[in-house]
Design a protein around this ligand. Structure first.
Ligand SMILES: Cc1cc2nc3c(=O)[nH]c(=O)nc-3n(C[C@H](O)[C@H](O)[C@H](O)COP(=O)(O)OP(=O)(O)OC[C@H]3O[C@@H](n4cnc5c(N)ncnc54)[C@H](O)[C@@H]3O)c2cc1C
Length: 273
């Protein structure tokens, strides 16, 4: 069968692209296997454009993405029948030294606000030794593994998506159309190819360089998530720290492990029409 679109990859970007394209009535073939080290399973799930803030359209894009996540997650959850927990309680960017505190204070933009060491200790006793923190009230997080699980469930039941569990080795794109060659020597033809194989994308012959890369989480070692004791993991959807200091459990998450060089990539190749 010839699909309208071949989507290469198995992470959050490939799964989401496959569903969105198929929902618009195009037939999709999803090609890929899951490599250990894929970013979607390792991610901290932070929806935090206020941290390590970009400028211009990159920032606007990140904010728009964050703000659409609650509706996206709710729709995905309903459709898949699986929970996709979102936390909208805000993100604390904690200063561990006086120097960091001074830098963070200098960088604050509304609606983010500074919490002094005393305020932070009062609101979140677990952070008592810290020198203060910036509260980013509009930022939050999503649980990546349930998100992946829900996306996979929708893909598996979607009439418009077929899957081939084999890796793409080579891409060919011309005036006449596209094709991908897999490691099992299958060649799949389509009008368009979406390359979403994460950091592996440049290894695909014919893929070329990424059109754009976003390198984020440069200050991930100063980031903390808030979760509600009473709502289950990641279920904190009500208000920010300032208004709901009691009953929160605070802990730092380990997304600094490798996060300093997280790379988001999504290449698109298609015939030159
Ligand atoms: C440690 C860590 C923490 C992060 N924390 C955050 C965070 O808090 N907030 C945030 O917004 N972002 C975060 N990120 C970034 C985010 O996880 C990624 O931007 C996102 O998951 C990228 O998804 P993806 O589908 O493009 O890539 P991936 O999830 O890497 O998926 C690519 C897939 O392609 C498959 N593949 C590889 N080669 C081939 C091939 N030849 N053919 C077919 N398929 C192939 C792989 O098996 C893999 O499953 C983090 C990343 C890391 C590594």
């Amino acid at each position: 069968m010839v699909a309208d679109v071949t989507v290469v990859g198995t992470g959050i970007i490939a799964l989401t692209a496959a569903i969105e394209i198929a929902d618009r009535g195009r037939s999709v073939r999803l090609v890929g296997t899951t490599h250990s080290g894929n970013a979607s399973s390792a991610a901290g799930g932070m929806l935090a454009p206020s941290v390590g803030r970009e400028s211009g359209s990159a920032y606007d894009f990140a904010v728009a993405s964050r703000d659409r996540y609650p509706a996206f997650a709710a729709a995905l959850s309903e459709r898949s029948g699986r929970p996709v927990p979102i936390n909208t309680a805000g993100i604390l960017e904690v200063a561990l030294t006086e120097t960091e505190a001074a830098e963070l204070k200098d960088s604050i933009e509304r609606p983010s606000r500074w919490l002094s060491a005393e305020e932070l200790a009062r609101e979140e006793p677990g952070f008592a030794p810290a020198f203060g923190a910036v509260m980013h009230p509009l930022d939050g997080s999503v649980e990546p593994l349930p998100l992946l699980d829900a996306l996979r469930a929708v893909v598996a039941s979607h009439d418009g998506i077929t899957t081939a569990r084999e890796d793409c080795c080579e891409l060919n794109a011309s005036e006449l159309g596209c094709s991908v060659l897999t490691g099992m020597e299958n060649r799949f033809a389509s009008d368009y190819v979406v390359l979403a194989a994460g950091v592996w994308t440049p290894l695909i012959v014919g893929a070329g360089k990424a059109a754009h890369q976003v390198v984020g989480d440069r200050r991930a070692d100063r980031i903390a998530h808030l979760e509600h004791d009473d709502g289950g993991a990641g279920a904190g959807a009500g208000g920010g720290l300032g208004a709901h200091g009691r009953g929160h459990r605070c802990h730092r998450r380990a997304e600094h492990e490798g996060a300093a060089r997280s790379i988001q990539r999504a290449n698109t190749a298609g015939p030159h029409r």
